[in-house]
Design a protein around this ligand. Structure first.
Ligand code: IMP
Ligand code: MG
Length: 173
């Protein structure tokens, strides 16, 4: 595996996730469902829902799986849903959570999908935003870190399925 240069350590991530939860708690009221995009968001979602709990929120949690990357670093430009949209979305608020907003296609696609299933309102959250990589117009409602066009791994984020286990976020080249 290629060497990893640390970008955000565990403490920095924890602090940012807590602050994000406070921002979310200030904006969302009432019931909502956190919908994580697999696999990249699983570590982030696990930390975020507990931070939301500390802020008095009681979200349900679901996951959906999209496919676009395969094992390449570049998005194929086409996003597909693998499996089903969770039941119970109709009439509810959803907070869509992904690891990274890159071209913007995954979160935009998932938002349209949930809206199509009758979600009352769909909010979007990305731990990492790479605005310089956008291929469609998209901006997430909640963003952890904004970074340049570098390839990151760790904290659930992979390169060809490796590195997800790292407790920190780092850059590989
Ligand atoms: P988008 O649909 O182009 O916005 O891509 C979002 C998805 O691409 C993320 O959920 C990641 O799975 C993947 N991705 C984008 N940038 C990176 C990166 O730097 N490292 C690992 N995966 C990435
Ligand atoms: Mg992903």
């Amino acid at each position: 595996m290629a060497p990893v240069t640390r970008l955000f350590d565990e403490t920095e991530i924890a602090r940012r996730v807590d602050k994000l939860a406070r921002e979310i708690a200030a904006a969302l009221s009432g019931d909502f469902i956190v919908v994580g995009l697999l696999k990249g968001s699983f570590v982030f979602v696990a930390d975020l829902i507990r931070a939301l709990d500390r802020n008095g929120l009681t979200p349900r949690v679901e996951f959906i799986r999209l496919s676009s990357y395969g094992h390449a670093r570049e998005s194929s430009g086409e996003v597909r849903l693998i499996g089903d949209v969770p039941a119970d979305i109709a009439g509810r608020q959803a907070l869509l959570v992904d690891d990274i907003a890159d071209t913007g296609r995954s979160l935009a696609f998932a938002r349209t999908l949930l809206e199509g299933r009758g979600a009352a309102r769909v909010w979007t959250c990305a731990l990492i935003d790479k605005p310089s990589r956008r291929e469609i117009e998209f901006s997430a409602d909640f963003i952890g870190f904004t970074i340049d066009d570098v390839f990151v791994v760790g904290y659930g984020i992979d390169y060809a399925e490796d590195y997800r286990h790292l407790p920190y976020i780092g850059v590989i080249d």
